[in-house]
Design a protein around this ligand. Structure first.
Ligand code: HEM
Length: 427
């Protein structure tokens, strides 16, 4: 959002820099003085929390990489060496492994917040689509990082996931096999595969960092959405980002870090799988191959489809479709707060995703498989049918006239969505 700069450098060096490279002005205007809706709740603190965890992952990961050896016969032992012999190595590793989980927990809350308040709607579509790319890059990074431990679960997860590409054989005979062998760098998962996973695991976080910069840039053009979904209309609707939201964000971050530290210091392996403390053995398949918790809903979708190629398409589609939400959602209002029917569907969608997560950890057979199929059907029906159709006929409930009215509890400002939120071009 363009607003008049209030930055006044008051030192000689500050003035000298300001006419040459005005980074301080940019920081001041974007992160200090930035006009932000005055009614943001704690769900708006997760972007900051995510940024913090990105830094934690980068910092701990770079030091871990100084001690890790990406070689098939040394990788597992080098991780154990980090745990036992490297000064504070156990802390670095547990922070990195649990930091990944915290990162995903935060991103799921962040995505659900965006879905509930319609933050993907105009004019924030690009911001949202960049977010989906970040999410994809996060998934790829986490998958590759997990494989580096070279334990049983790492090895077999890589085997299962890379083998998905062999489904291309059913389109062009031999294509899938060729792609899989190209990825492996051989005829099975092995040393060359590990080296490339390590290389890409180191690279991707920097790509994520670049995407996050674009994400925040795209956010600062329209500015933040807010729980009403109504745009800022007057000065009284906004407050400067600092000190109001810097402190709110810092407080929420402290609470989240307490949870993180609880995991790191008291239950560091709570989210881990015991089989990953057994060194990778290509001759012995574990009875149940399960991914990390944050992949489980998508893993359930993958296994719910009996055909391999269609399973892969459903798996990719379940994530890829999220990028199209700005166009699939036809509602006139952004915030689900004012959507009496969609509210229930949204709650069902969240419950369904959690149930799919539970089913992803269970064997793909009997009742588990049946429910995973129902859940998969519901997941796609929500995105492809409920979102467009409910938006067409639903009558939004009474809305406040402005952000200020909402904060002051003035209730309905006419009972109809305002032009800023309701006109088709600004959906
Ligand atoms: C590394 C991961 C990510 C980081 C560091 C990040 C960072 C941020 C930050 C700092 C904000 C502003 C504060 C806030 O509204 O919470 C934000 C807003 C937003 N993010 Fe993200 N984000 C990430 C991932 C994602 C993903 C995966 C999506 C969606 C698929 C997404 C969608 C959005 C949307 C729609 C907003 C605007 C929210 C609003 O104004 O209501 N972000 N993000």
């Amino acid at each position: 959002m363009a607003h008049a700069s209030s930055y006044r450098p008051n030192t000689a060096i500050g003035k000298w820099f300001d006419v040459r490279l005005p980074v301080m002005r940019m920081m001041h205007d974007q992160f200090n003085d930035f006009p932000t809706p005055r009614n943001l709740n704690y769900l708006w603190t997760f972007g900051g929390i995510l940024t913090f965890f990105l830094v934690v992952q980068l910092a701990t990961g770079i030091v871990l990489a100084m001690h890790y050896i990406p070689h098939e016969s040394m990788a597992f032992d080098s991780v154990e060496k980090i745990m036992r012999d490297v000064n504070w190595g156990w802390l670095l590793r547990y922070m990195h492994a649990n930091g990944g989980s915290m990162f995903f927990l935060a991103v799921y809350i962040h995505i659900a917040r965006g879905m509930y308040y319609g933050s993907y709607k105009a004019p924030r579509e690009i911001l949202w689509v960049i977010g989906v790319f970040i999410f994809l890059a996060m998934m790829a990074t986490a998958f590759m990082g997990y494989s580096l431990v070279w334990g049983q679960m790492s090895f077999w997860a890589v085997t299962v996931i890379t083998n998905l590409f062999s489904s291309l054989d059913s389109i062009v005979d031999g294509l899938g096999t060729a792609v899989v062998q190209w990825i492996w760098g051989g005829f099975s998962v092995g040393g060359p595969t590990l080296t490339r996973l390590f290389s890409l695991h180191y690279l991707l976080p920097f790509i994520i960092t670049g995407l996050v910069i674009l994400h925040i840039w795209a956010l600062h053009v329209p500015g933040s959405n807010n729980p009403t979904g109504i745009d800022i209309k007057s000065k009284s609707d906004a407050i400067p980002f600092h000190p109001y939201y810097t402190f709110k964000d810092a407080y929420a971050l402290c609470l989240f870090v307490i949870l993180f530290m609880g995991l790191v210091f008291y239950a560091p392996n709570f989210l881990a799988h015991p089989d990953n403390y057994i060194q990778a053995n290509p001759l012995q398949t574990p009875p149940h191959i399960v991914p990390e918790w944050y992949f489980l809903p998508f893993y359930a979708i993958l296994r719910a489809i009996p055909d391999k190629l269609f399973g892969v398409i459903a798996f990719a589609g379940s994530i890829g479709l999220l990028a199209f939400l700005p166009w699939l959602d036809t509602s006139k209002v952004k915030s689900t707060r004012y959507r009496p029917i969609y509210k229930w569907f949204f709650a069902l969608f969240i419950i369904n995703t959690l149930v799919l997560g539970y089913l992803g950890a269970k064997p793909a057979e009997g009742m588990y498989l049946l429910f995973a199929r129902i859940g998969t059907a519901f997941y796609f029906a929500h995105l492809l049918v409920v979102m467009p159709v409910v938006g067409w006929f639903e009558k939004p409930s009474a809305m406040p006239g402005s952000i200020t009215d909402d904060v002051l509890g003035k209730g309905s400002g006419g009972g109809r969505p305002s032009a800023a939120t309701a006109s088709p071009g600004r959906r």
